[in-house]
Design a protein around this ligand. Structure first.
Ligand code: PDD
Length: 284
């Protein structure tokens, strides 16, 4: 059963629990993480908690939830819900205070979480997704996993409006691709993997890090962290997007241009296979 956690209590998802003056609700003043649950176990939780701490530090939200406590709540939610395969969403806001832009004097961060059953889209992984390009209109701290997601929401809606599955964003002033609306983006050209470097223009995805630190070196591929233009991406041999929910999903069409042969490329498929093997090993 889907389940929630709010301000220290386990609750069912239909219980009305938002605090009107939560700064997350009024300003988007908070951070979040999404972790996948495989076989009743959270995958890559250490990496997610590390990024959560970094996001809190960057926003100067006091770190009042320790990794041990967050891990225990993840495990309790999995147990209470009985969910074996799904996703846990959690957010920590700066807390509740009468509405005023500057930080309140007393900050008591507020944690809430949900668990829901879900599975990666096997059809998309097998056949690839079609994407559009859209201007990246987000703020210049995309490295923080903050609750402010309107730029991402509008980017994703643009794909839905066009009847395709994804959006790849580019900065118009630089003519450089950054990332997907909720994923990191990679291309392969002449056996070299390209992806945007980690700076304020993209989120350092946990899935991206697993590929960069573990899977790409293991499979012996060459990768460069260098931004590239939309025009260059259209000439790629392969393209793929990574995220907690997509895992590694091939991109076979961008703005109506076929990428490579139009079928998922061999490097994308090898990385997805290696990712599944890692998940199977970590979440036995
Ligand atoms: N999104 N870039 C953006 C803008 C994202 O929102 C995400 C993840 C990623 C990939 O990060 P990771 O590999 O850690 O999932 C990159 C989550 C899943 C979401 O918003 O639901």
């Amino acid at each position: 059963m889907d389940y929630g956690f709010f301000d220290g209590e386990f609750i069912s998802l239909d219980e009305p629990k938002v605090q009107l003056e939560d700064r997350g609700y009024q300003f988007g003043d908070g951070i979040y993480e999404v972790t996948r649950i495989y076989n009743g176990k959270p995958f890559a939780l250490t990496r997610h908690l590390e990024r959560c701490r970094r996001s809190l530090r960057e926003l100067r939200i006091p770190i009042t939830y320790m990794d041990e406590e967050l891990t225990a709540i993840h495990n309790d939610l999995i147990k209470k819900s009985g969910i074996r395969n799904g996703a846990i969403y959690f957010q920590i806001t700066r807390g509740c205070a009468p509405r005023s832009h500057a930080f309140p004097d007393q900050t008591v961060p507020l944690l809430s979480m949900t668990i829901r059953e879900s599975a990666p889209d096997a059809d998309q992984q097998e056949n690839g997704i079609h994407c559009i390009l859209a201007e990246d209109i987000r703020w210049l701290r995309c490295d923080i996993k903050s609750l402010n997601l309107l730029g991402n929401v509008l980017a994703k809606q643009a794909a839905h409006d066009k009847g395709v599955q994804g959006t790849i964003q580019y900065r118009k002033d630089q003519n450089l691709i950054t990332e997907g609306s909720s994923s990191n983006f990679f291309i392969v050209k002449d056996d070299i993997i390209w992806t945007h470097p980690t700076n304020e223009y993209i989120l350092k995805g946990v899935t991206r890090s697993i590929l960069m630190d573990e899977l790409i070196p293991k499979l012996g591929y060459t990768v460069v962290e260098k931004a590239f233009t939309p025009e260059f991406a259209l000439t790629a041999d392969e393209a793929f997007a990574t995220s907690t929910s997509l895992e590694v999903t091939p991109v076979v069409d961008i703005d109506g241009h076929t990428i490579g042969t139009g079928a998922p490329g061999s490097i994308s498929c090898a990385l997805l296979k290696a990712y599944h093997e890692l998940v199977a090993k970590e979440c036995k």
